[in-house]
Design a protein around this ligand. Structure first.
Ligand SMILES: C[S@@+](CC[C@H](N)C(=O)[O-])C[C@H]1O[C@@H](n2cnc3c(N)ncnc32)[C@H](O)[C@@H]1O
Length: 495
């Protein structure tokens, strides 16, 4: 069991700690500016390079060496960087330990947006950590944070809060947050991080799954559960200890039952699906009949070897023999469960009782993802409308092209002039979908101004294209599915 969780000492010192970190310019932007990235691996081999890039010149580098890279710093330098907070105070708070003129961090403490977030020191992606290790903000944490719909007010649940990042972000826009975790140390960190950031609207409860909130419903639920399908139960943050994808299915189904009408849940998931089949099929079975509309998002499918190799890579870097054994064990486990493809993605639920719920499926473009709350609301509004409308109804709708788009054309010179070879319409926010569009669609797009009904836009376009009468007849039926798809993806919006 890892020992230290910050939070002893006098919490009244925390505003001064925070102010000192800010004064030293210890920000994500500065880290990115000085080290070239703020997604730092903490593998020793990389840390050695980061330390050399950072140098020792100023208070920022003292704090980054200590709290980000886990290096020891001279006490004198830290006195200066953290002033007026004395090292004894940082030590009493459980943040550092000092000996013989040198200070080491007892936690990792990093900026994230306008928050500071403490988590366990030690290898972020390593496997040489205890069961109750509390990692910091990882790539999936950021994915979940970007996906969340951020309506103002109401109550939120952060299930499996870890270091508390999702709860901190929810506290910015809801009235009250409940943050739960099965790991007591995680709750210690989450509570410390709330106090460090001056947030007092989060309630922390320990327990398994939804047990700590049995009777309660929420307007927002976020969960980044330990979704890795494996034979192991080695880390609370990674392994559910349940067979295959049972934990994810349970979390999704229980989240649906704990939403208020109109409330949203966002759950990161991993699941087994037939290699040759539709990735979405098992997820549809999870959400069918749950009383929610469900948007199923998929970013990757791995075969068993890629899956095991990816999760076990850190072990490969530290112990070749253990790595080989673990690979065999994981592959045997997956073979026994007859799992030949493992999907990764997210499920967005919105509670809507009393109607037929819809379940669209889309890719989740992970690398290009931007905060997606407004985009998600647009997609849900479009799906609601499309469920109700036949083609005649659709033709009466005034639609607008969302301002956050970009059209990319690829041109090639043909017989003395540049001609468009292909055109891609991209969203510049949210899930940043990109779709290929033909030249007719390109000509239509600027006419979606939110005032003209679709019928008039298509009539106008028909005239511009100088279509033959029979082409004109085919034009509207051909355009309608394209318009539907652009609405479903959030390129067009309802007015
Ligand atoms: C992948 S971490 C996510 C942490 C954080 N929410 C984030 O987004 O970075 C999963 C968290 O779920 C917690 N957890 C694992 N099993 C749980 C369970 N059965 N009930 C509640 N929390 C659980 C772990 O202790 C861990 O803190």
């Amino acid at each position: 069991m890892a020992s230290n969780v910050p939070g002893g000492g006098d919490e009244r010192a925390l505003p001064a700690v925070r102010a000192a970190l800010e004064r030293a310019g210890y920000t994500s932007e500065r880290i990115e500016g000085r080290l070239g990235t703020d997604e730092l691996s903490s593998r020793p081999i990389d840390t050695a390079v980061h330390l050399r890039r950072l140098g020792e010149s100023d208070d920022f580098s003292t704090l980054a060496r200590l709290f980000l890279l886990g290096d020891a710093v001279e006490a004198e330098r830290l006195e200066k960087a953290a002033a007026p907070v004395p090292i004894e105070e940082l030590s009493a708070l459980g943040l550092v330990s000092a000996a013989q003129g040198r200070v080491r961090a007892r936690v990792r403490l990093v900026p994230h947006g306008d928050y500071y977030v403490a988590s366990d020191a030690g290898p972020e992606s390593g496997l040489d950590v205890p069961f109750d290790h509390v990692p910091g903000i990882q790539a999936p944490s950021v994915t979940l944070a970007k996906l969340a719909v951020r309506n103002r007010g109401g109550h939120a649940l952060d299930l499996g809060t870890g270091c508390g990042i999702q709860a901190l972000l929810a506290a910015k826009h809801v009235d009250r947050v409940v943050a739960t975790d099965v790991n007591r140390r995680a709750l210690g960190y989450a509570a410390f991080n709330a106090a460090l950031n001056g947030i007092d609207t989060i309630e922390f409860r320990q327990g398994d799954g939804f047990a700590p909130v049995e009777e309660e419903c929420f307007d927002l639920i976020v969960a980044n559960p330990p979704y890795v399908i494996s034979p192991d139960a080695s880390y609370a943050y990674r392994d559910s200890g349940l067979p295959a994808d049972e934990l994810c299915r349970t979390v999704v189904q229980k989240a649906a039952a704990h939403l208020t009408e109109g409330g949203f849940a966002h759950v990161l998931v991993s699941w087994a699906h037939p290699a040759a089949g539709d990735w979405a099929e098992p997820l549809k079975a999870w959400v069918e009949g749950c009383g929610c509309d469900a948007w199923l998002l998929h970013y990757r499918t791995s075969d068993p070897i890629a899956h095991a190799a990816g999760w076990l890579r850190p072990l490969g870097e530290s112990d070749a023999a253990l790595h080989t054994d673990a690979l065999d064990r994981w592959l045997e486990h997956l073979r026994r469960l007859q799992i030949d493809a493992i999907g990764y993605g997210a499920i967005v639920l919105r509670r809507r009782d009393g109607g037929r719920n819809w379940i669209p499926t889309d890719p989740l473009p992970l690398e290009r993802l931007e905060p997606a709350g407004p985009h998600t609301l647009r997609v849900f509004a479009a799906q609601d409308a499309l469920e109700q409308l036949d083609d005649l109804g659709l033709l009466e709708l005034p639609l607008a092209l969302t301002p956050s788009h970009r059209l990319q054309q690829t041109l090639a010179a043909r017989e003395g002039a540049f001609v468009a070879e292909s055109q891609t319409l991209e969203l510049t926010e949210g899930l940043r979908f990109a779709v290929g569009v033909d030249r007719h669609t390109v000509s239509l797009l600027p006419h979606f101004n939110g005032r003209r009904p679709l019928r008039d836009v298509l009539a106008l376009a028909g005239e511009t294209f100088e279509l033959e009468p029979e082409e004109r007849e085919r034009f509207v039926p051909a355009a309608l599915p394209v318009v539907r798809r652009l609405l479903e993806l959030g390129f067009l919006e309802l007015r």
